[in-house]
Design a protein around this ligand. Structure first.
Ligand code: NAD
Length: 340
């Protein structure tokens, strides 16, 4: 196990990498902890939860809503949770988002820790302190930026992770490489999904590297004034087509990244599209698809990243160097049409 402490807004957050779930009781006494997980994680790892007070929620994004928050709060009251209680979210991004949010409002805020169990939650969702819920069609509409006390990484959870969720995680990993780390993109290009599924050491190292990238971006810009926006690479168009075509998040982001790379070719003379596309394919991610451009443009218009002069879009000046630019809507539409 490797302990690293990162500071956010002056608050230290402990990260326990390459750790085992068994050490959780050294971080938080069993009697003052309440674990929150979902049915999939609970069923696949029942033994790990033995002896812990656990709230088991239904899995899925559709449950990341206020009604679930109410249910959790009722159960916490029933369990006698108080200001000394630590909530621990053991699950994917839905669980860590709900747990972080509930912890921030229950009794005006109690301690919280995360044990991310999906690859996406490990490298992305559980890092950075953003916690929230969806409201109707609006994702993450209500929430808060508040850091957890600790994160514990146990890759043995990933043994039960479905393939599609591995792909979702790798879409974000490739995104990190594209915007921040050219060397990592080369490494990803030389390997493939099966390699990391089999090679525990390489996977643990890759996860830690990705955590460090996201932590660094967030530390520079915790409240999303600047650099944190780079993490939206592939997400502007990605989100628009994700809902429209009911795509897997990672698949939509993958297509979004390819379009952003091609737009970067025209606007910034970017030359790495081939490498990016080849790498995405090695992780089972799609790099092209037909979609309704006008419908996608309409969703993007409503997107929160729209500035008055046009759309705030993350582009690449080279592999490992994300930049954000404001692109007039008409130019954006023309460029997207050009590559469809
Ligand atoms: P998720 O929590 O829905 O997990 C995906 C699926 O994998 C679920 O069915 C879950 O039950 C299952 N699962 C998780 N771990 C498993 C395991 N070890 N074994 C078997 N099954 C397992 O979603 P996700 O993909 O982890 O995260 C997506 C969510 O994260 C979205 O709600 C998104 O908004 C949020 N998110 C938040 C941030 C942030 O900064 N707060 C950043 C990115 C994403």
């Amino acid at each position: 196990m490797k302990k690293r402490t990162f500071h956010f807004s002056g608050k230290p957050v402990n990260y326990y990498f390459d750790a085992s779930f068994d050490v959780l009781n050294k971080l938080v006494p069993v009697e003052s902890a309440v674990l929150i997980t979902d049915e999939n994680v609970f069923e696949a790892h029942k033994k790990k939860f033995k002896g812990w007070s656990t709230i088991v929620l239904k899995p899925g994004e559709q449950y990341k809503v206020q009604q679930t928050v109410d249910v959790v709060i009722d159960q916490l009251i029933e369990l006698g949770a108080d200001r000394q209680t630590t909530l621990i979210g053991v699950g994917g991004g839905v669980i860590t988002d709900i747990t972080g949010y509930v912890a921030s409002i229950y009794m005006r805020g109690i301690a919280v820790g995360f044990v991310p169990t999906s690859l996406l939650a490990m490298v992305d969702a559980s890092i950075g302190g953003k916690n929230g819920i969806d409201v109707g069609v609006y994702k993450n509409m209500v929430g808060i930026i508040r850091q957890p006390n600790f994160l514990l990484y146990d890759t043995s959870f990933l043994k039960s992770l479905p393939l599609s969720e591995w792909q979702n995680g790798f879409a974000e990993i490739i995104k990190h490489a594209a915007i921040k780390d050219a060397k990592m993109l080369q490494e990803l290009n030389q390997n493939d999904l099966a390699f990391y599924q089999k090679n525990k050491k390489a996977l643990a190292a890759l996860i830690q590297k990705n955590v460090e990238i996201k932590v660094k971006v967030v530390q520079k810009d915790e409240f999303e004034q600047g650099d944190r926006k780079l993490l939206n690479f592939g997400h502007t168009l990605g989100h628009a087509i994700e809902n429209e075509h009911a795509l897997l998040h990672g698949h939509a982001i993958s297509v979004g990244m390819v379009y952003a790379a091609k737009i970067s070719q025209v606007l910034l003379g970017f030359t790495g599209t081939g490498l990016l596309v080849e790498t995405l394919k090695k992780y089972g991610l799609p790099t092209a698809m037909h979609f309704d451009i006008d419908a996608a443009m309409e969703v993007m218009q409503k997107d929160k990243k729209k500035a008055n002069a046009g759309m705030q879009y993350v582009l690449l000046s080279k592999i490992g160097k994300g930049v954000y630019e404001t692109i007039p809507m008409k130019t954006l539409q023309k460029l997207i049409k050009l590559y469809s």
